[in-house]
Design a protein around this ligand. Structure first.
Ligand SMILES: CC(C)(COP(=O)(O)OP(=O)(O)OC[C@H]1O[C@@H](n2cnc3c(N)ncnc32)[C@H](O)[C@@H]1OP(=O)(O)O)[C@@H](O)C(=O)NCCC(=O)NCCS
Length: 260
């Protein structure tokens, strides 16, 4: 594909991101296809391994999500690194990242307003060898632009505000957005995609797809056993950070006042 075609093709774009050694990392994005599923599940497992808990289950969550009607394959992209073999000059394509989207909603607190149909990404994964080279940021920017073009009003996620605030996410609390149990949650964040979205429409209870509730422990263990064995570790700082973040949940203490 020529550079010109890449610029006009709706599902692929090219970006150059400097890596830690100042060598340009040549990235393109393309939609995930069924032939990629297993490789992407392996990548997801590697990316999350021991990050939030001993081991990981996000590769199973992704596997289940793809089978659910709320999954959005037209927003679920892969980041591909194009690498030149120094000996042969041959260009190799390596899948280095994945971002999966699904439908979500914000249910208003009063019956006189309509539910806001939003989108959510997750799992988002970058292969450990390619982390901190801008791949995650580039995947979010690429897919947010496409979600905006498709007319979605906002992306809503749970994640670490330290990371997501850098790419334009803001705390849900600032818009009176609550979790399904009607509490504010520090991890709950929103990226507004449409300038004309009345902000009051973000006020309400965020509900991710029921696909995320369909976790079957027995099925998960059998699925995970089909991947290579890896050592599980506990007591890691990233796991403690995760527990801390998900504990930051508190009830709204007064009626929310919109600034005019
Ligand atoms: C999160 C993830 C997708 C980010 O991708 P990436 O390509 O490494 O991110 P970028 O290069 O665009 O940005 C890197 C910056 O974000 C920070 N960062 C990355 N993950 C973070 C996290 N979970 N919390 C806080 N900061 C984070 C890094 O410290 C780095 O900042 P620094 O350079 O100042 O140290 C990747 O690290 C990953 O796959 N992690 C494991 C899976 C995961 O945690 N997914 C998100 C679940 S909410």
């Amino acid at each position: 594909m020529t550079d010109e075609e890449q610029q006009t093709h709706p599902t692929i774009s090219k970006t150059e991101i400097p890596d830690s050694e100042n060598t340009p990392l040549s990235l393109t994005f393309r939609l995930e296809e069924p032939k990629d599923y297993r490789e992407v599940e392996e990548l997801t497992r590697e990316a999350f391994w021991n990050g939030f808990q001993p081991g990981a289950n996000e590769h199973y969550i992704l596997h289940k999500l793809r089978q659910h009607p709320d999954y959005l394959p037209d927003l679920s992209f892969l980041a591909i690194s194009h690498e030149v073999c120094p000996d042969t000059g041959e260009v190799k394509e390596v899948i280095v990242g994945s971002i999966a989207y699904s439908k979500s909603k914000v249910i208003p607190l009063t019956e006189d307003r309509e539910t806001l149909e939003t989108v959510t990404f997750g799992p988002i994964s970058v292969h450990p060898s390619y982390k901190r080279r801008g791949v995650g940021t580039a995947m979010m920017q690429h897919t947010a632009n496409i979600a905006k073009e498709k007319g979605y009003p906002a992306i809503v996620i749970y994640g670490d505000p330290n990371y997501y605030s850098r790419v334009g996410f803001r705390l849900g609390e600032g818009f009176d957005m609550r979790n399904p149990k009607n509490k504010y949650a520090v991890a709950l964040q929103v990226m507004i995609l449409q300038n004309d979205l009345p902000l009051q429409r973000l006020s309400g209870r965020y509900k991710e797809s029921p696909a995320f509730d369909e976790f079957d422990q027995v099925e998960f263990e059998a699925f995970d056993a089909s991947f290579p064995e890896k050592v599980k570790k506990s007591g890691l700082a990233t796991q403690a950070r995760f527990q801390f973040l998900i504990s930051l949940v508190y009830p709204p203490i007064k009626a929310f006042h919109w600034v005019k």
